[in-house]
Write a protein that binds this ligand. Sequence first.
Ligand SMILES: NC(=O)N[C@@H](CC(=O)O)C(=O)O
Ligand SMILES: [Zn+2]
Ligand SMILES: [Zn+2]
Length: 343
Amino acid sequence: MDTLTLTRPDDWHLHLRDGAALGAVLPDTARRFARAIVMPNLKPPVRTVEEARAYRARILDALPVGLGFEPLMTLYLTDNTAPAEIARARASGFVHAVKYYPAGATTNSDFGVSAVERAYPAIEAMAEHGLPLLVHGEVTDPEVDVFDREAVFIDRVLVPLLKRFPKLKLVLEHTTTREGVDFVKAQPANVAATLTAHHLLYNRNAMFKGGIRPHYYCLPVLKREAHRRALIEAAISGNPKFFLGTDSAPHGKTSKECACGCAGIYTAHAGIELYAEAFEAAGALDKLEAFASFHGADFYGLPRNSERITLRKFAWTVADSLAFGNDVLVPLRAGEPISWQLV
Ligand SMILES: NC(=O)N[C@@H](CC(=O)O)C(=O)O
Ligand SMILES: [Zn+2]
Ligand SMILES: [Zn+2]
């Protein structure tokens, strides 16, 4: 197959940042995706509907003329999120979910939840209002091996949480393990998962190929090959619980290439093309459209897009770096080819 036409996809997990960085990365996403769930982990985080309204306006201001794109906003859950804020979020029409970061688990998560019980009043309101809880599913316990943090989070946090709030709509974001996939599959329809392109394409060897490779470092960290295969199986299964979420997470080159580099991989420059590669390698290009364009919208109760996009089989070389305010951004596959191109 030389071309692939599909319903315009949506990105159900995206970091757009703010200011000059926002202006630099937004066109990459808006050219490919109709909508994106925009993560709230700014500094300081987006904790209220009013902050989400202002951030949404800044995103729309940064959007180049002629590109149609709808940012779907999220709130950052804290120990003190009030149930009334959840009701306001639901009523706003532009806040579509609330993000749960365990405090200290990942980039800009210091204001996150210190113990899940503290957030129960807000989570109860979310279950009542049908507002999805999006979860960065890793424990922060330093005793737990970094490669086991997702599996342990499922046992320690998700199982009790869903026992208490069985109707809660919940997305295990950037699922990276077989345990994660099995857990989501075993739950009823209110529990779903996003899968990133980088976790579908790479295992943890990529971080150490010939030396330490900071541009392959993200959280949750890449896992071993058996887990990658489990993610591929889930992505191509046709199961509506699994959908596209790039977790494109831009950090300037200087904050990636240093003694303590930030977690995050930038993939928005090829946000759908990289998935096409992964699905083609699995012999399942025919399963890409539902994964990228239908399952997420259905889960969020939003209409499917009606526009279409076309990809062609054409190897193009990714730039070594991209503009990023005062710094530059090193995208995934920098200086190397990608086998599908957006027409
Ligand atoms: N995925 C990452 O490695 N980083 C994300 C945060 C996150 O999604 O955990 C970021 O904001 O940089
Ligand atoms: Zn995360
Ligand atoms: Zn993320």
